[in-house]
Write a protein that binds this ligand. Structure first.
Ligand code: PMP
Length: 307
């Protein structure tokens, strides 16, 4: 897409450039978000931007960053960005706030830059295609070492290494364990396991990034009266699950057909996975009602009121 929001303006992507001395480039001192909008070509809807920007702000505070625009303004800037790019199809939206001072030396020097980028992203198939997974050689970093639940740029070296390792060994996705050996999460995605009628996902104490998709699903099942638990999962338990799937904004819902040489269920998406992926798609695309504020409309010609 041609336009990005960069340091206070909507500019052509080709002019949004950062200097070599930028602090975040050296030390990973940035926070970011991954938001999606779903459109029909004529109008799009951004899914849960309020929750994403609230998390963005919480994470920015952890790095002593100043995020001047209010959440409402951030949503307006995002709407404006999609509008000026004519992005009325399916789009991935990446807000990024990074330490931009030109300073050698770690620490948290003041001075940050806000950017918002939008790129087209196709929705995955429903029912989704199963993937193969492997126990990652790389453990999820513990909360005692860094804010494990935060979406910070530098922390993603863990995800990059884990994915590269899985691909190099012939698997589609890694499953990361905690340093204590419990199941933590996937690559940019949380993980769920189904045992009969019980649905389990690792708790925040398992050093996960507590995803907005994870919470959306937990609330949905709680409303339906399902037995759903946020509790510790051992790798051996996961291998015995009837269904295992990843979930996240980018990934949506992705079933795990096998973990190394162990086939999960019959290797195909199970009934809970199929039902939840259908429900999630209907929710994000507006085929079923969503709670107030979850889907924010973007249409051509509408100018958002950026205060
Ligand atoms: N874990 C990690 C490490 C992630 O990067 C993401 C994606 N933000 C998730 C989990 C899933 O979070 P969400 O559902 O909010 O996209």
């Amino acid at each position: 897409m041609a336009y990005v929001y960069f340091d206070g303006d909507f500019v052509d992507e080709s002019v949004a450039r950062i200097p070599l001395m930028t602090h975040a480039l050296h030390y990973g001192t940035g926070v970011f978000e991954g938001i999606r909008s779903y459109g029909d070509g004529e109008r799009a809807w951004i899914f849960r931007p309020g929750e994403h920007f609230a998390r963005f702000r919480r994470n920015a505070a952890l790095l002593d960053m100043c995020l001047e625009p209010t959440d409402a303004v951030l949503v307006s800037l995002t709407i404006e960005l999609l509008r000026c790019n004519g992005a009325f199809g399916d789009t991935y939206i990446r807000p990024l706030l990074f330490k931009s001072s030109a300073q050698i030396g770690a620490g948290l020097p003041p001075g940050e830059t806000l950017a918002i980028i939008a790129v087209p992203m196709e929705r995955g198939p429903v029912p989704p295609k199963p993937v193969s997974a492997t126990w990652s050689r790389w453990r999820r970093f513990p909360a005692a070492s860094c804010p494990a639940g935060a979406k910070m740029t530098g922390l993603y070296i863990n995800s990059s290494l884990a994915r590269a390792d899985a691909l190099a060994r012939g698997y589609d996705q890694p499953i990361l364990l905690t340093t204590g050996g419990d199941v933590a999460e996937g690559f940019g995605a949380n993980i769920f396991a189904v045992f009969g009628r019980k649905i389990v996902t690792p708790p925040p104490e398992a050093d996960i990034l507590p995803g907005i998709t994870r919470q959306t699903l937990l609330d949905h099942w709680a409303q339906l009266g399902h037995a759903v638990r946020s509790e510790t999962l051992a790798p051996e338990q996961l291998l015995k699950a009837d269904e295992v799937f990843f979930c996240g904004t980018g990934m949506e819902i992705v079933p795990v057909g096998r973990i190394e040489d162990r086939v999960i269920g019959d290797g195909q998406p199970g009934p809970i996975t199929r039902a939840v992926s259908q429900w999630y798609r209907e929710l994000v695309t507006g085929q079923i009602a969503a709670p107030d504020g979850w889907r924010i409309s973007v249409a051509p010609g509408e100018r958002s009121a950026i205060p």
